[in-house]
Design a protein around this ligand. Structure first.
Ligand code: KG4
Ligand code: ZN
Length: 328
């Protein structure tokens, strides 16, 4: 039995899965209410809330799984990337927990965790595949080879896709987190009525960019007549559509350049209904992370830890958190 802990941003998470990858419980204690008033995540508040929420989250995860701590065979924890203070709460807790019980500890990269969330899909990808990871902190194309080795082949030149949703939502006067709010405002509005140009069109290099789109939205919002709710919805729909177009275009280019025939979709933005609906347009077999594990969670950390070796005792004692990832 594996106990996994994830505290990289504003969700305090604990999960239990079996060594063969059956998920028994996944607890996500959201801190959204603590940060909403500030319009975004406040790192100091996140660390303090993780301290309060993590012990109860672990107890609930074990109880829901019906597993006692003496039945655990390993502890897994996210070591980065993320907010360093937030990560350190999870890493320190996991170290103490593992040391006290003589359990092996596995250090997991958060991005590798998102990639592993595909294993929880109804039909997980088989063999080598390409993954589109779109979250609040990253927009990446990650190649997964036959041996499960990960190589990042595309990154964003500026903002991440989730950040673009969050900033767009703020421009439209919506709350945090912006992704679901902007998607709700877009609703079924016509995305072509006020269309934006898709970023980096005509460029064949594998990079993402969202900051120009955000500026275009800011200008369009300035020109908007007060109280024109149809126009606001159309702008939200057009903005979402341009993000989705860009993600799908780059994913298609990535498939060609890697010769992969399966595309996986993971990360917080993978919960976007329009993106999920349009993923089928890509010429590939597609696999999507289940909605329950698109946003940050410890289930994906537990699953990812299965293919990793535990730290040796000296490395376990020295384990540190890191804000950046080699994959990011
Ligand atoms: O993976 P995640 O939970 O955290 C990071 O690792 O960053 O992703 C959070 C991001 C936020 O930017 C949020 O606005 C976005 O995912 N998001 C969405 C939706 N749900 C969450 N974006 C678009 N549509 C959604 N339904
Ligand atoms: Zn994440």
């Amino acid at each position: 039995m594996i106990l996994a802990i994830e505290t990289s941003c504003d969700e305090t998470c604990a999960a239990v899965c079996t060594v063969d990858g059956r998920l028994l419980s996944s607890v996500v204690a959201s801190q959204i209410a603590d940060h909403a008033a500030f319009g975004g995540v406040v790192p100091e508040i996140a660390s303090r809330r993780h301290l309060e929420l993590l012990g109860p989250a672990v107890a609930t995860a074990l109880a829901e799984a019906g597993v006692r701590d003496d039945q655990l065979t390993r502890v897994a924890v996210t070591v980065g990337p993320g907010l360093i203070g937030a990560l350190l709460v999870g890493v320190s807790y996991a170290k103490g927990y593992a040391f006290a019980r003589g359990l092996p500890l596995v250090a997991v990269d958060h991005l590798q965790g998102h990639v592993a969330s595909l294993q929880l899909a109804d039909e997980p990808p088989v063999g080598a595949h390409l993954v589109l990871l779109a979250s609040g902190g990253h927009t990446l194309l990650i190649d997964v080879d036959d041996e499960g080795r990960l190589t990042t082949i595309a990154r964003s030149l500026d903002d991440a896709a989730g950040e673009a949703f969050d900033k767009g939502a703020r421009l439209l006067g919506l709350g945090y987190p912006g992704g679901p709010a902007l998607a709700a405002l877009a609703g079924r509005a016509d995305p072509t009525a006020r269309a934006f140009t898709t970023p980096l069109q005509g460029r064949e290099d594998l990079a993402f960019s969202f900051s120009g789109l955000k500026t275009a939205l800011a200008l369009a919002v300035q020109r908007l007549a007060d109280g024109d709710s149809t126009a606001r919805s159309e702008l939200a729909a057009a903005y979402q559509e341009a993000i989705v177009d860009h993600l799908l275009e780059r994913a298609a280019l990535g498939l060609v350049s890697t010769d992969r025939t399966t595309l996986g979709l993971v990360g917080g933005v993978a919960a976007n209904a329009r993106l999920r609906e349009r993923l089928g347009e890509v010429q590939a077999t597609v696999a999507m992370a289940p909605l329950t594990v698109c946003g940050d969670n410890a289930a994906m950390i537990a699953i990812a830890s299965r293919s990793l070796l535990p730290l040796s005792p000296p490395r376990m004692a020295a384990l540190d958190a890191h804000a950046r990832s080699p994959l990011g």
